[in-house]
Design a protein around this ligand. Structure first.
Ligand SMILES: [Cu+2]
Length: 142
């Protein structure tokens, strides 16, 4: 009886240990701006690469717009804001890549539906090594 209890405790410890060291590509703090059909919107999130190897975000897919693109906002000479489409985004191992207003963002061009606060949309992130990650993204005000 006692042996069994010890074995259960050991198993629990092993499982907890495995959880703590899970090597994952995690996407968190995701949100997308409310907007209306025919207009544009942008989504933001933080990618944390815990996989132990360098990776690259190749593309992002959604079914809410005519085009889903990865953009980088930057301030040009004269203070004009400009956005450049990114072919890919490096996600080095053990690093965080932050998509945020004024920086990297996922741009939805030509929404095919309204984006109402409180609803969620589904985003698919495609990584070179980690493969596909599906993220539920709440619609909210900045
Ligand atoms: Cu953009």
């Amino acid at each position: 009886m006692k042996t069994r209890l010890i074995m259960i405790l050991m198993l629990t410890a092993t499982l907890l240990g495995a959880c703590a060291t899970t090597r994952e590509m995690s996407i968190h703090d995701a949100w997308i701006r409310p907007s209306t059909m025919g207009n544009n919107s942008a989504a933001y999130f933080i990618i944390e690469n815990g996989t132990g190897m360098d990776d690259t975000l190749l593309s992002v897919d959604s079914d809410i717009a005519s085009a889903t693109e990865v953009h980088l906002s930057m301030v040009m000479d004269g203070g004009v804001m400009s956005m450049q489409q990114q072919e890919s985004v490096p996600v080095p191992t053990s690093e965080k890549v932050e998509f945020k207003p004024g920086g990297l963002h996922v741009m939805f061009v030509g929404l095919t539906q309204d984006l109402k606060v409180g609803d969620t949309i589904t985003l698919t992130l495609n990584f070179e090594n980690a493969g596909t990650r599906i993220v539920e993204v709440p619609i909210r005000e900045p």
